[in-house]
Design a protein around this ligand. Structure first.
Ligand code: ADP
Ligand code: MG
Length: 575
């Protein structure tokens, strides 16, 4: 028996392992190929997808192209034209630099690269299967490069199994392409799925137009410009008007030196920049470009290059926070009026400079820091006398205290309503009927492409639980009817929150319908902090009584706590 068990792995296996890091799903291939096209100085990039990328992904550009030798070299591991020394590694100006993407992708697919530097000399086409070159020829092509990737993971069946549904995989692609459309506002992009035109943004569409196209008009109409500039740090883009927030952080899109990144420092600074205007659990929107010296960021901390590290995190944090802060203040001063804040939120005072916030007409603006504290720290209550002389209290607009002859029942209003709606929606699905309320004026909602793709998948389910939705052209939908139980609520917001949550689903969730019902119940339910009328309290408690499982919400949190006399006596050790 040989004396050593450790072997140096073959090139083939090394490539496959590395492909595991770079290529997680079809969308990762799209990301790497488009990055290469951008690095090659293209003006127009076209992305054609078949079967959500599971069948094929083809990216064509009009960039620099590659010579015949380079075309072949490009698929070797650690081959790149973008850096050559470790100095370069600290001063990266391109999106790619690891020299791994094409090698990794080609090792787990069938790939053809066609590239041309000068159309008179023709183009080189190289085809690889599982990383091995199987064909090389000269063909005709304009200057630029086309890379086609077919049968991703054909030789690693275990990974193919991890593909999600077409809708999910394609929504990831839409998301990735959307980021590029925003990141490179001077470049034309086309995204085609099968025979469907998903995006076509032309060079004359500016950032605002593109935000409307990618993230929805509704969001685009609620933005203000942000700008900041000093020696270290330049920043521009858009952030949401105070009062416009979303349920998920997904609509905080940051580009650092044109690279889309996810970064907690930036999210935190943004949040803080809004003073305390943002409700807990909601997120302001941002499409922000940061330009910083390349040696001030480390982009080499994540195989897919999605995360970065700032050399000096706290400076970046404070400058960004300051920029947001100023933008909000100026906006408030300029508009000089209430600007669609959430109902009770008023503009807070600055700690430093009280006089800086006078309205243009000279009157001081009233400030209110108390809203959140009022809900979460102080105790407040409203009292209602019932017909039988007993009382209800609504504590902190959150808990309903029902004083009965022999006990006190405390109900969490959100959890209770969630439980009621959950059972109602489940029943509607079982029996195929639900009480609907037609809207006099249909609510129009503008959605992002990604939302529309998800919504189209779930239209039937929405219909069963009472949402009548009609496609209203390119990017918007009309809500014609809602579940009767939701009348007089802000349907549009509820609906958008439901969609935001559905987007996060899909990861190994066996029963999607069940999950969506839970989401719909949670998002449609009254919230902690909502003031209820006596009738609303009565109907909530009555409906809860009729529930099959009134004790926990669908997320298994308690709905009601009861304290009876016996319990009190026990607690005070009277018996
Ligand atoms: P990286 O982008 O990190 O350098 P890749 O494996 O993605 O590594 O690409 C390898 C090389 O192939 C690049 O450095 C570039 O020189 C060349 N290349 C890839 N795609 C294109 C393209 N679309 N146009 C021109 N050159 C390309
Ligand atoms: Mg690359």
């Amino acid at each position: 028996m040989s004396s050593h068990r450790i072997k140096v792995l073959s090139k083939d296996i090394v490539n496959k392992i590395s492909a595991g890091e770079v290529v997680e799903r079809p969308a990762s291939v799209v990301k790497e190929l488009v990055e290469n096209s951008l690095d090659a100085g293209s003006g127009s990039i076209s992305i054609e997808i078949q079967k959500a990328g599971k069948q094929s992904i083809r990216v064509s550009d009009d960039g620099s192209g590659m010579s015949s030798e380079d075309t072949e070299l490009s698929c070797r591991r650690h081959s790149t034209s973008k850096i050559s020394s470790s100095y370069d590694l600290e001063n990266i100006k391109t999106l790619g630099f690891r020299g791994e993407a094409l090698a990794s992708i080609s090792s787990v697919s069938n790939m053809c690269i066609t590239s041309c530097v000068d159309s008179e000399q023709g183009a080189t086409e190289i085809c690889l299967e599982g990383g091995q070159v199987v064909d090389k020829k000269i063909v005709g092509r304009e200057k630029g490069t086309t890379v086609e990737v077919r049968n991703l993971f054909f030789n690693t069946p275990a990974r193919r199994k991890f593909f999600k549904t077409d809708a999910t995989e394609f929504s990831h692609i839409v998301n990735v392409v959307g980021h590029f459309i925003l990141a490179a506002p001077d470049i034309e992009f086309k995204l085609i799925h099968g025979n469907k035109n998903i995006f076509h943004v032309t060079k004359d569409m500016d950032l605002k137009d593109r935000i409307g196209c990618v993230l929805g008009e509704d969001l685009a109409n609620n933005l203000i410009k942000i700008y900041f500039n000093d020696a270290l740090f330049k920043l521009c883009g858009y952030i949401s008007k105070p009062g416009y927030t979303r349920k998920k952080r997904k609509n905080q899109i940051f580009f650092v030196n044109k690279r889309y990144v996810q970064n907690a420092t930036l999210s935190h600074a943004l949040y803080q920049g809004y003073f305390s205007l943002v409700e807990r659990g909601r997120y302001p929107v941002a499409v922000v470009f940061i330009k910083i010296k390349p040696d001030q960021v480390d982009v080499n901390v994540h195989p897919a290059k999605l995360e970065i590290k700032f050399l000096n995190q706290s400076i970046v944090h404070d400058k960004f926070k300051y920029a947001v802060n100023q933008t909000i203040q100026n906006f408030k001063l300029e508009s000089g009026r209430e600007i669609g804040f959430d109902k009770n939120v008023k503009f807070p005072k600055s700690n430093k400079n009280k006089s800086g916030f006078a309205k243009p007409n000279g009157k001081n603006i009233e400030f209110d820091f108390e809203r959140k504290k009022g809900i979460f720290e102080k105790l407040s209550y409203d009292k209602y006398i019932k017909a039988d002389g007993n009382r209800y209290y609504q504590l902190n607009n959150t808990y309903i205290v029902d004083v009965l002859p022999d006990k006190i029942k405390i109900t969490d209003q959100h959890a209770a309503h969630e439980r009621i709606l959950y059972e109602l929606f489940s029943k509607a699905i079982e029996e195929r009927k639900i009480q609907k309320q037609n809207l006099l004026l249909p609510e129009r909602i503008d959605l992002s492409k990604e939302d529309i793709i998800l919504l189209e998948q779930q239209l039937k389910l929405f219909k069963t639980i009472g949402f009548e939705i009609e496609d209203f052209g390119q990017r918007s939908f009309n809500i014609q009817a809602i579940p009767a139980i939701l009348k007089e609520r802000n349907t549009r917001n509820i609906f958008r929150d439901i969609l935001d949550d559905i987007k996060e689903l899909g990861k190994n969730k066996a029963n999607v319908t069940e999950e969506i019902i839970k989401i719909a119940a949670c998002r449609s339910a009254i919230k902690a902090g909502d003031k209820l009328s006596e009738q609303e309290i009565e109907s909530l408690l009555r409906n809860l009584k009729n529930c099959k499982l009134p004790f926990t919400c669908p997320h298994v949190r308690p709905v009601q706590i009861e304290i009876n006399i016996k319990e009190l006596e026990k607690r005070f050790r009277r018996k």
